[in-house]
Design a protein around this ligand. Structure first.
Ligand SMILES: Nc1ncnc2c1ncn2[C@@H]1O[C@H](COP(=O)(O)OP(=O)(O)OP(=O)(O)O)[C@@H](O)[C@H]1O
Ligand SMILES: [Mg+2]
Length: 168
């Protein structure tokens, strides 16, 4: 429902039960294994495909913006969402966070994936290394994340990312 109160527009959304992934990881100390993390990524990609099919890109798919309740996920906070601009060249994305196409959501999902995987990581030395060295992931998982993060050539769509996710 959308309305206005004292000239300020507002809309009311369904209240979704649950806690954010930020709370689950950092407050409750939840740990996600690689297979669990891949499963969560698959579910998120399926949801993101539906959002993109409506011509919208969320652009803020971070751990405080996804709720989990009894294993069911809800994406919230469309405050930075925009309509997909088909004219934007996906080969020339300068700032993936702000891109008005699927690259933005895939880029954020790359970081989301790393947060899930780091939940199970305990440092073994004081020197900080890059995630590729610290997480010791199978090559196909590392390559998949590098494509989400645009370190390697990106996926042409969220569907392609879903079909390319490694089965572990
Ligand atoms: N539909 C909802 N159902 C249940 N809880 C919600 C819902 N929307 C938001 N929340 C709760 O409120 C918190 C903040 O919401 P949201 O992410 O939309 O705003 P924000 O990020 O604080 O604001 P902004 O994006 O304007 O900076 C969420 O982390 C969640 O705990
Ligand atoms: Mg938010």
């Amino acid at each position: 429902m959308a309305d206005e109160l004292e000239n300020i527009p507002f809309f009311v959304m369904d209240y979704m039960e649950g806690r954010t992934f930020e709370q689950a990881i950092f407050e409750e100390g939840n740990v996600y294994s690689l297979p669990e993390s891949i499963h969560i990524m698959k579910v998120l990609l399926q949801m993101v495909i539906q959002i993109h099919q409506k011509g919208i890109v969320h652009r803020d798919l971070r751990i405080p913006n996804v709720l989990v309740h009894q294993g069911k996920l809800s994406i919230i906070d469309f405050g930075l969402a925009t309509y997909i601009n088909p004219k934007e060249d996906i080969m020339k994305v300068k700032n993936p966070k702000r891109a008005a196409n699927h690259c933005s959501d895939l880029y954020f999902l790359g970081h989301f994936f790393l947060f899930l995987l780091y939940s199970a990581y305990t440092p073994t030395e004081s020197r900080q290394k890059c995630w590729q060295e610290e997480l010791q992931l199978p090559d196909e998982v590392k390559n998949f994340i590098e494509r989400l993060l645009l370190i390697r050539p990106s996926f042409s769509s969220a569907e392609e990312a879903l079909h390319s996710i490694p089965d572990i």
